[in-house]
Write a protein that binds this ligand. Structure first.
Ligand code: TRP
Ligand code: ZN
Length: 485
């Protein structure tokens, strides 16, 4: 039975306006101050020119590590935060930006010295007393507090900091992490994380990676989580509340940690018990698992509107079915380890995660990927004609707007692109390509061009290369339904 990831909503985002006069004046001041004292830096850019979210991320530096120390009290909804950001300057810098939406900033310290800062919308501009040299590694500590925001998109799907019945959960795709910590908030700058969360005793705080410490003092419990492998900011999460935590191990020795809302324990037990089996199947098909732990976070259905592939520990709105679990775990390879260079490359995430569901079905007694492909092409996949038609609304590599980066062309038509490659090169070469791709881009970033080039180079000869080249136009880049399945 065909289905849509029940949890996926069409998304909308209104990118913030351009630099205001206030910021321009501030920047000018920073420049003047520099020229007087013979310093050499210029301000880093306030965005990385993402085609869909131009203000996300910032120029001039590259983050290596985030050390986040968060305190949260669900009752008062008050958050206190300290973000210690270790980054390398990629240009001489007189000032640089971080992305932070809402909350109050108390102090910013750069390399041990208090820095001036200025806020304008989601841009936090930091002007350290001393310029930073290109190549220099520098440490910035931001202390902040307040009630973190839920970012509500026009389609009413929500991200950022979401209150739940018993606490809160942070979800960050595509912009929401700036609701709870200052960052270079763009998938192109991945970093290691240490996330420490202190909550009232009796509650738990779950995050990405491995739990390295849990200690209670004065009625509050601190949970320390470590993510050694690079993570994009949109994949960072904290889930605060009452959870039943369970641990196991995959066959290949990877620790599994699931955290499930008590109301969902019964309904999700059978599916979550499949994590080791799913992981084993995925390692066989996609290559070695890229992280040091795995698992899942299951909240109440009403508390989170959709599933998200939060790194090492995907989040689910209520008990997932097997296909959704396969989808989010597949993202650990496609999206989390091999991360899009920009939000235009979303189909590399969703096309592969969708195709993983089809492959799972094919290998487990369901429809084959070819059958699913044929149903979609025939307009016979979803129940409604409208949904069947929507798959052809735009090409996967070119969503018409930020609001539509998670529409079905990115998912299903993206999956069809993957299937077309498999048809063109045959199964053996196809699995070599999939595993070679996840290996060559492991813990990195990639865009559509990187991918199509990789496939062409590994197609297995001139004839196969011509065949895959013929896919890109009609399936990936051009409007309209391709003439041939
Ligand atoms: N990436 C999620 C998934 O496929 C779906 C999703 C949730 C999403 N929030 C989003 C996609 C925001 C794009 C933008 O499981
Ligand atoms: Zn997905």
């Amino acid at each position: 039975m065909p289905h849509k990831i029940a949890s996926v909503h069409p998304r909308s985002t209104a990118p913030r306006g351009t630099t205001t006069a206030a910021l321009a004046a501030f920047t000018a001041l920073a420049l003047t101050a520099c020229s007087g004292s013979g310093v050499h830096g210029t301000p880093g850019a306030d965005g990385v020119r993402d085609p869909y979210f131009p203000k996300l991320g910032n120029g001039g530096y590259d983050v290596a590590h985030y050390g986040l120390t968060i305190g949260y009290d669900p009752e008062s909804r008050h958050l206190t935060g300290e973000a210690e950001i270790t980054a390398r300057a990629t240009q001489d810098l007189s000032a640089f930006n971080l992305d932070l939406k809402g909350l109050d900033v108390q102090t910013v310290v750069v390399e041990g010295k208090k820095a001036n800062f200025h806020r304008d919308g989601q841009e936090l501009t930091v002007r350290p007393p001393d310029d930073l040299d290109k190549g220099e590694t520098f440490r910035t500590t931001v202390r902040y507090s307040g009630t973190p925001e839920t970012i509500t998109d026009p389609d009413e799907s929500e991200e950022g900091w979401l209150r739940t019945a018993d606490g809160a959960i942070a979800l960050g795709e595509p912009t929401g992490s700036m609701a709870w910590f200052p960052a270079n908030n763009h998938p192109s700058d991945k970093a290691a994380y240490d996330i420490r969360i202190t909550v009232p005793k009796g509650l738990k705080a779950i995050s990405n990676g491995e739990l390295t410490r849990e200690s209670t003092k004065n009625g509050r419990t601190t949970f320390a989580w470590h993510s050694a492998e690079p993570m994009a900011s949109y994949l960072a999460t904290v889930a605060i509340g009452t959870y039943e935590v369970k641990r196991s191990t995959t066959k290949s020795g990877i620790p599994v940690l699931t955290a499930v809302d008590p109301s969902q324990v019964k309904a999700s037990a059978k599916t979550l018990a499949k994590i080791p089996e799913i992981m084993e199947w995925q390692e066989l098909n996609f290559g070695p698992y890229p992280f040091s732990s795995t698992g899942a976070i299951v909240d109440k259905e009403d508390d989170v509107g959709y599933a998200l592939e939060t790194q090492t520990r995907p989040t689910f709105p209520g008990a997932p079915d097997t296909e959704l679990l396969v989808h989010e775990l597949a993202h650990q390879w496609f999206g989390d380890s091999v991360t899009p260079k920009s939000w235009q490359d979303m189909w590399l995430n969703e096309g592969f995660a969708t195709y993983a569901e089809w492959l799972w079905q094919e290998d487990h007694g369901g429809d084959s990927a070819q059958e699913i492909f044929d149903q979609i092409y025939a307009g016979d996949y979803y129940e409604s004609d409208e949904d069947n038609k929507a798959i052809w609304a735009f090409p996967p590599a070119k969503p018409p707007s930020a609001a539509r980066i998670s529409d079905s062309p990115v998912y299903e038509r993206g999956g069809m692109v993957v299937h077309k490659i498999r048809q063109a090169v045959g199964d053996d070469t196809f699995y070599d390509i999939v595993q070679g791709w996840t290996k060559s881009r492991r813990h990195g970033n990639a865009d559509t061009k990187d991918f199509t080039r990789y496939v062409e180079e590994h197609a297995g000869g001139d004839a196969a290369r011509e065949k895959v080249r013929a896919i890109w136009g009609p399936w990936l880049h051009e409007d309209g339904k391709p003439d041939h399945p």
